[in-house]
Ligand binder design. Structure first.
Ligand code: SF4
Length: 326
């Protein structure tokens, strides 16, 4: 779906919220062009914005004078993650497919809005793989963005884009930044009077080995995991069921417990201990798996060491009690 925007942009910017994408956008705005920034989110990156997108966009406008729209890629991302065409990185991160997906989306938006270029804050050589010159060219080709895509911070090190060739964007006012150093970006930020920019983002949960392993486990099951199942993985201890048929999450503290209750879907079981304060468990599984979930719940509670412990469970209109012998 193409989001409605009020001004017709000449340029679409991929916006990560990091300094580089802020600079790239501002550099093009300084040439007098109208830029529409787009931030893509999924359960693995940027999802903290979900539900408060308008406030977030207002904040970005106020802080950096950048018009932003947020697009949730979750549905297509979850499908892609099952079998990315170009495989996974070191963890369960499908970086090539992910970047291609974002650029494809940006290209569709640019076409729909009549924009003539797409920009990113990428800097040649900043990341070991994805920002290598040859990988950048490959991604550009595979996303059918050749000629359309421009990286203002490294433009002078790369072949000119169509927007530069036709004079829409002045190449001589762009940059030749490269490598991992941040000095040129910090100097440019000062020049543009940008002071309150975020630190380089830790970013994507799929590059976190522990979290990526949980996600991979879910994808080994018979069905594609749902959005709520993937979000549940963020809170607490994780216990997969046999044959990857489901899993149990146990909260480690009050915040986890609250998040598990908010995130659980109607078809998930909720378990708690009626006779003492303690964690909450969420089970994605069947009734036969309740005993396994209850046992894990007891092991992470004050019931540890007791002989018989009551565990209450509920799911939609059903509920019941189990007695666990530890
Ligand atoms: S690190 Fe995550 S968000 Fe970044 S390209 Fe890879 S999969 Fe996509």
């Amino acid at each position: 779906m193409i989001p409605h925007i009020t001004t017709t942009p000449q340029v679409v910017a991929l916006f990560s919220q990091g300094l580089d994408s802020i600079l790239a956008t501002r550099v093009i705005q300084q040439q007098g062009l109208t830029v529409q920034a787009v931030k893509f989110i999924s359960p693995f990156f940027g999802y903290e914005i979900k539900g408060c997108e308008p406030e977030f966009c207002r904040q970005i406008k106020k802080s950096y004078d950048i018009d932003l729209t947020v697009i949730d890629l979750s549905d297509s991302y979850l499908t892609m993650l099952a079998a990315p065409q170009y495989g996974y990185g070191k963890n369960f991160n499908p970086c090539l497919d992910c970047k291609i997906m974002m650029l494809n989306q940006a290209r569709s938006l640019a076409e729909a809005w009549g924009a003539k270029a797409i920009i990113t804050g990428e800097v040649v050589g900043q990341r070991p793989f994805s920002q290598r010159r040859d990988t950048m060219r490959r991604i550009e080709k595979l996303s059918l963005c050749e000629g359309l895509l421009l990286r203002p911070l490294s433009a002078k090190l790369l072949p000119p884009s169509q927007a530069e060739e036709c004079g829409l964007i002045k190449r001589e006012l762009l940059f030749d930044f490269s490598g991992r150093g941040r000095k040129p970006q910090i100097a440019l930020a000062q020049q543009l009077n940008i002071t309150d920019y975020p630190n380089p983002a830790g970013g994507c949960l799929l590059t976190d080995p522990g979290f990526a392993k949980r996600v991979k486990t879910l994808y080994q099951g018979p069905l594609q995991p749902s959005l709520s199942e993937l979000n549940l993985l963020k809170f607490g201890r994780f216990y997969p069921l046999e044959n990857f048929s489901g899993f149990v999450m146990i909260g480690r503290h009050k915040e986890d417990n609250q998040q598990l209750l908010i995130t659980a879907a109607r078809n998930h079981y909720i378990l708690h201990l009626p006779e003492m304060a303690g964690p909450v468990a969420v089970l994605k599984g069947e009734e036969k798996d309740l005993a396994f979930a209850a046992e894990k719940l007891c092991r992470h509670s004050k019931a540890r060491g007791m002989t018989a412990v009551k565990v209450n469970w509920r799911r939609e209109n059903e509920s019941g009690t189990l007695t666990v012998t530890i």
